[in-house]
Design a binder for this molecule. Sequence first.
Ligand SMILES: O=P(O)(O)OC[C@H]1O[C@H](OP(=O)(O)OP(=O)(O)O)[C@H](O)[C@@H]1O
Ligand code: HPA
Ligand SMILES: [Mg+2]
Length: 182
Amino acid sequence: MEAMHPDVDHILFTEEEITAMVKRVGAQISEDYKDKDLVLIAVLRGAVVFMGDLMRAIDCPLAIDFMAVSSYGDGAKSSGIVRIVKDLDIDIKGRDVLIVEDILDSGITLKYLIKNLSSRQPASIEVATFLWKDIEGKQAAINPKYVCTHCPDDFVVGYGLDYAQRYRNLPYVGVLKPEVYS
Ligand SMILES: O=P(O)(O)OC[C@H]1O[C@H](OP(=O)(O)OP(=O)(O)O)[C@H](O)[C@@H]1O
Ligand code: HPA
Ligand SMILES: [Mg+2]
């Protein structure tokens, strides 16, 4: 295993653990969508790493597309305002949409996306998130159908997740040392 980054306090999920979790969720999705018209929509930029692994763990026909929204900017707290930076290229009307996210934290991003994408009349819409900070009272009422793992209420980085655009390339998920962002 590679050395831990000096800005990381401790590792939450190792590369090996992540591989196993993504395979498990991929198998579930393969079973549920084998007779459907699946479109995976990844939310840039954080979800790209999970998307790359998840799509290869799904064994049924699918299409992919990307949307870019941003609410955190370069900070460790959501601004509360979600901006669409890049919209979909494909039409999702009548198709089975699965939104692919790296993390469900306050829920502000997903709440906005579900509302926005639902208005385009997909046949179905569900969420697959790599991490879920399901802390009571913190979140908008969102129930992701597919979750790789739950996560404590700390600021985490790695496996696509950033702080000020850094650390996305770490192959594990770790808790960032508070002195790095405070
Ligand atoms: O549940 P929430 O509190 O809304 O937080 C989750 C969202 O925030 C992060 O994205 P960010 O806006 O930082 O953009 P990024 O994916 O480019 O890092 C993360 O990738 C999720 O999309
Ligand atoms: O804990 C987090 N880490 C990185 N990005 C995030 N976006 C929401 N929560 C987080
Ligand atoms: Mg981010």
